[in-house]
Write a protein that binds this ligand. Sequence first.
Ligand code: B12
Length: 309
Amino acid sequence: MALGAAPPQTDSTVIPIAIVERDTGIAKDTLRIWERRYGFPKPQRDASGERNYSVEEVEKLRALKRLMDRGMRPGKLIALPLGELHEMAQAVPERSRTRDEQAMVDRVVDLVRRQQAGELRVYLQKLLIQQGLRTFCAQTLARLNPDIGDAWARGSISVAHEHIYTQAVQNVLHGLIAAQPAAQGRPRILLTTVPGELHTLGLLMAEVLWSAEGAECISLGPQFPVADIPDVVADGAIDVVTLSFSLACNAAQALASLRTLRSSLPARVEIWAGGGALGGRRKVDGVRIIGPIEGAVDALADWVSAHAN
Ligand code: B12
């Protein structure tokens, strides 16, 4: 069983608070406050007094988090049964979606469910050609990622399906990057995630947009120790270090990693960071935090104009 993975689920399975925090995105402190204030969740205690949550409680916490991400208040929701929360999640879409967008999402979910990896890649490539790179990243993938995540959280697709989706997107975007002539230009942009963060689609979307603009992107893949980044920067004459922190990341830890990195790099090296955990609104001195993926192109344009001589 992988490090930190949730134990296989059975009725008697109990889940420790750290896994509940990571899987639901609801902080330990919040879980303890709700327990006191609302009487939910009501975890059992093990021999050392540690809280252990039931599978049902975690499923309800996920449903609550999804509605809170759409601006709803927990106090109003917490007493409602899980079924009603699921119905509300269906009825309260994040943002209105067009019929075409819904048809696109339904098609992709259907293809991953039937494990039609090849057909999925071809379908995504067709959308890319029809829409162009920026719209494909900023609208189609930025729409599909959370919907695939929600479908997993609702249990209507499995983690294997999430991997099939990820691989198809990676094949399409890597294909684009492979077709680019080797950039000799600047900036030289380093891309990675911190240890524990496996989500790389956000970085890959940024990389394909920057490569298309002629920047030289050096991707280290996921989970590179922050302490080792300064040596890579020095050896590679890197101009910008970029990191991604998905919703699965603890925001406080993400901000701490960025502060550590900032204090370990020379001021001339810029740091750009994105991902749901930062939500585009957090602040760290000396770090450019980017919200939606379109902001990646703006950051590059600003760097180029600031270094034009
Ligand atoms: C695909 C996926 C996976 C794949 C990742 C494969 C891969 N190589 O990337 C796999 C199956 C491995 C996976 C695993 C897990 N996942 Co997952 N995953 C996803 C999914 C569907 C999309 C992935 C993604 O990369 N999103 C991240 C980026 C693209 O989106 P974003 O953070 O909103 O960022 C936007 C911008 O900020 C910008 N951006 C992002 N990064 C950057 C960086 C820069 C520099 C710039 C400029 C811009 C930028 O681009 C994005 C679009 O605008 C998301 C759904 C979602 N809503 O994101 C769930 C999701 C993030 N996963 C989730 C969870 C819980 C997990 C697991 C813990 C499940 C488990 N129990 O094992 C593990 C954790 C693994 C780990 N240690 O990281 C939850 C997190 C819930 C929460 N905590 O709130 C989500 C939200 C699903 C859900 N709805 O519940 N996952």
